[in-house]
Design a protein around this ligand. Structure first.
Ligand code: SAH
Length: 235
């Protein structure tokens, strides 16, 4: 009887592993063709993108599209960014295990997971409470203990945990929020899409060096709008 139970358990474990493997191979292909071949070289970023199960961050009806070369809808009219953009932004932020990161726009929690794999501690703010709750539960299920998500307007950053080595904004703002620049550590990097809603925006990298901020223009992107509290119902 006991032997039978062991055999059945092994079969179940094996079935689960096959399930994981099915996605591991598409995920590796995604990294090779969409990310590495387009010039992302940071080994920690590539490793994180190969590891994090993106299909668990998308709504069930899009699971088969989770590793496609495009953004996907999540709930509340928001989107999870294209895998390449997530990798590109993470690399631009210059992650390492001794760094503390702040993300504005948790959404599905996928970018937060990639940051958690490549930095030490991650704080993430999401303006839509339902999304903050969903992402918290997804990240908890996956066992991430170095990510703290809170619901709220990220415009003012998170002063209690500042300064941050990395600030990554995943919604497009007309102007760069001043408090975020203030909360950048010396040597810190802020990556943010800047531009009008519905148009193409420019991804910018701000670096703080001896208290001065240098700005670099990176690539053109398209993000959902950065909103202020009070605006979250007019999608
Ligand atoms: N990084 C996400 C993508 C999120 S899309 C992911 O990996 O899935 C951008 C998110 O920013 C949306 O969920 C939107 O609700 C949120 N957002 C917009 N303005 C915000 C603000 N002022 N503060 C915090 N979150 C904001």
């Amino acid at each position: 009887m006991r032997a039978l139970i062991i055999i059945i358990s092994l079969i179940i474990i094996e079935m689960n592993l096959t399930q994981v493997d099915k996605y591991a191979s598409v995920r590796n292909k995604m990294v090779d063709t969409q990310i590495r071949d387009r010039g992302v070289t940071d080994p920690d970023v590539l490793r994180a993108m190969r590891k994090v199960p993106r299909h668990l961050f998308v709504p069930e009806e899009y699971i088969d599209d989770a590793y496609g070369d495009y953004p996907l809808p999540i709930s509340q009219g928001q989107t999870i960014s294209q895998p390449y953009i997530v990798a590109f932004m993470t690399e631009a932020a210059g992650p390492s295990k001794n760094k503390k990161a702040l993300e504005i726009g948790t959404g599905s929690g996928y970018q937060a997971a990639i940051l958690a794999e490549t930095t030490g501690t991650v704080y993430s703010i999401e303006i839509i409470p339902e999304l903050a709750a969903e992402a918290t539960s997804t990240l908890k299920k996956l066992g991430y203990e170095n990510i703290t998500v809170r619901a709220g307007d990220g415009y003012n950053g998170w002063p209690e945990h500042a300064p941050f080595d990395i600030i990554l904004v995943t919604a497009a703002a007309d102007k760069i929020p001043e408090p975020l620049i203030d909360q950048l550590a010396e040597g810190g990097r802020l990556v943010i899409p800047v531009g009008r809603q519905g148009a193409t925006q420019e991804l910018k990298l701000l670096t703080k060096k001896r208290g001065k901020v240098e700005t670099e223009r990176l690539i053109y992107v398209r993000f959902v709008p950065f909103k202020r509290s009070g605006e979250i119902n007019d999608k």
